[in-house]
Design a protein. Structure first.
Length: 280
């Protein structure tokens, strides 16, 4: 009688799929616990850290509003929307100039933006602060918006490379019909750049929303602070106040929710943009 041994062959693809599945499940569990903790009392957090709340409460959210978190959230939304619009619009125009026109210094200017990807904006914080202070834009959302929208090296790189895949004959036909360059750019080129813009929007939104360093340097008034600074009001590693731990979880949950919704709603567009060659 022969005994046949069953052999299971696990490929590297299956191994990494299981690894990513496990990592995803861990992240889902952490996010679920974070949002459940936002509805717990402070004592319930210590007694029942990973379970469902004994009683779902909304007083944590009321406490956040009373502590000015709604103002921080409003400021972050204003900065996000204005900075994102300026960044993508200016980066698109820059990419249009670099990708469609040949002029002296074109290559040098393109390399300049590539070099900008290698250095974080924090390295230039001193001249940035001096410039903002000279323009009397400290403690203003306008100053923060101008700085956040100026970090466009990645956007220029992606859009310039994507623009090279669009046939120039389309623009030339519109030019022969009497369209000016601004009309060609806004009505023809930008709609065709939607895959690249769709890939850049989530990346740029996360960077702007989570930025702590720049707002911490130029914003000191309570009425102009953003969400990352507001989180420090409830959580400070140097001197933790465990009596406000429930407010810390609630604040983090509220701050995380917009970006989580962005990922759920925009991940398909981002993946399509990457698949169509937006990022090479």
């Amino acid at each position: 009688m022969r005994i046949h041994r069953m052999r299971f062959k696990v490929s590297w693809k299956d191994f990494f799929s299981l690894l990513l599945l496990g990592y995803s499940l861990i992240n889902i569990a952490l996010f679920a616990n974070l949002f459940l903790s936002a509805f717990k009392k402070n004592a319930d957090l210590f007694q029942n850290t990973w379970g469902f709340p004994k009683e779902f409460i909304l007083t944590n959210f009321v406490a956040l509003v009373n502590n000015g978190f709604l103002v921080y959230f409003r400021n972050s939304v204003i900065v996000l929307l204005c900075s994102l619009f300026l960044l993508l619009f200016i980066a698109s125009m820059t990419a249009y100039g670099l990708g469609r026109f040949q002029f002296k210094g074109n290559t040098v200017l393109y390399l300049y933006f590539l070099v900008g990807m290698m250095f974080p904006v924090q390295l230039g914080i001193v001249p940035l602060y001096v410039t903002v202070r000279t323009l009397h834009l400290t403690n203003t959302l306008i100053g923060l918006i101008l700085i956040e929208s100026s970090v466009m090296s990645l956007a220029v790189f992606v859009l310039t490379n994507f623009l090279k895949t669009i046939p120039t004959s389309i623009s030339e036909s519109a030019r022969l019909d009497g369209a000016n360059e601004f009309t060609i750019f806004t009505m023809i080129v930008m709609p065709m750049m939607r895959p690249a813009l769709g890939a850049l929007v989530p990346l740029s939104m996360v960077n702007i929303w989570n930025d702590l360093f720049i707002p911490l340097v130029i914003l000191t008034d309570e009425n102009v602070k953003t969400v990352p600074i507001g989180l420090m009001k409830f959580f400070n590693p140097l001197h933790m106040d465990l009596s406000k731990l429930n407010l810390t979880f609630t604040a983090v949950a509220v701050a995380t929710l917009p970006m989580l919704l962005l990922f759920v709603l925009g991940s398909k567009q981002m993946i399509n943009g990457i698949a169509q060659g937006a990022i090479k």
